[in-house]
Design a protein around this ligand. Structure first.
Ligand code: PBG
Length: 328
């Protein structure tokens, strides 16, 4: 035999030399759920290890994560039902707890990269990402709301605006609103190919944000479609997105790979709540080796072509990484 591929697998040191992909804590954006109040920590049952935190506890979380090498975070607000309405007006109150938390995180840890969520659903009495009229999600009436939401977040100090709503034209609209207001350095990470997925269930529990009627299929993408992701990617890039995201990650690795080949922008992937819950549940039952399966999942997302991973596994991975316990 002229070639024996096994020679390059002969020892751990050799395998490390020829390893094509790596995952490091600096690849992550860690999602954090925020609630109003003080000293509050409410576990999310369908996401073991993840909780909703008040601002003071979030600051401690961020401090711990920084020590582990995680420097980027995406923040989601869990808003009380009584504050929700059709126009998501709570998002535009400049003293709301979400914007207050952004300001205090930035003041305490100016070095962190903070990403926001721009969509109506956490603030909407309809539980939809867009403005609802006669049971329909109205695209163009949603855009100014998203633009105002983004401006408030930029003003509070957000580094990367994260439109997650899948309305047409939102990236361009937000970009223009930010530029006119002077926030030319605030970036946009567009949820470019966000699919109408069953894997968001635990997240909607966390925010209590499930749609009050119908589903999200008239705005989120059909899981059957891949070419359509290229249409979305072209539009987002032309409208001024700085990053493109694919969501969920694990059932859509082919979409990540396709976008990677068609754009030079950085690509992120959202390893969503249901993907986290599945692995946690199987490992709690003793059916899977968590310490090995978790890094393998994250590796697959990088190997498919993602530069950045939004994942609830971030902190646990970083702990294992710092202790030298990551084995692929
Ligand atoms: C909504 C939003 C969702 C997630 C992030 N932003 C849920 C949805 O579209 O219903 C899901 C994240 C996850 O499941 O981890 N704007």
């Amino acid at each position: 035999m002229n070639q024996r591929p096994r020679r390059n697998r002969a020892s751990s040191a050799i395998r490390q030399l020829v390893r094509e992909t790596t995952v490091r804590p600096s690849d992550f954006i860690f999602p954090l759920f925020l609630v109003d109040g003080n000293n509050i920590e409410i576990p999310i049952h369908s996401m073991p290890g993840i909780a909703r935190y008040s601002e003071d506890i979030v600051l401690k979380q961020i401090e711990e994560c920084l020590a582990l090498g995680i420097r980027s975070f995406v923040l989601f607000p869990a808003v009380e039902d009584s504050l929700k309405d059709k126009e998501a007006t709570y998002a535009m109150r400049s003293d709301n707890f979400y914007l207050r938390a952004i300001r205090s995180i930035k003041q305490r840890f100016p070095e962190v990269c903070l990403m926001s969520d721009v969509a109506m659903d956490p603030y909407s009495s309809d539980g939809h990402d867009g403005y609802v009229e006669d049971g329909r999600i109205v695209n163009d009436k949603t855009l100014p709301i998203l633009g105002r939401m983004a401006m408030h977040q930029a003003e509070a100090g957000i580094d990367i605006i994260g439109p997650s709503d899948m309305m047409d034209g939102r990236v361009g609209h937000i970009r223009q609103a930010l530029d006119v207001a002077g926030f030319t350095d605030t970036a946009i990470m567009s949820y470019t190919a966000k699919y109408a997925s069953a894997f968001y269930g635990p997240f909607r529990d966390a925010l209590d944000s499930a749609p009050k009627f119908g589903d999200k299929k008239t705005y989120q993408m059909d899981p059957a479609n891949k070419r359509e992701a290229l249409i979305e990617a072209r539009l987002d890039e032309a409208e001024g997105a700085d990053y493109l995201m694919v969501k969920p990650a694990l059932c859509y690795l082919d979409v990540i790979q396709t976008l990677r080949q068609s754009t030079s922008l950085p690509i992120s992937a959202y390893n969503v709540s249901g993907e986290y819950a599945m692995l946690k549940a199987a490992s709690e039952k003793g059916w899977i080796n968590y310490d090995r399966a978790m890094p393998e999942m994250l590796l697959s997302i990088k190997r498919a072509g993602a530069d950045i991973i939004l994942t609830y596994f971030a902190k646990e991975f970083a702990q294992m990484y710092c202790e030298g316990r990551i084995e692929y």
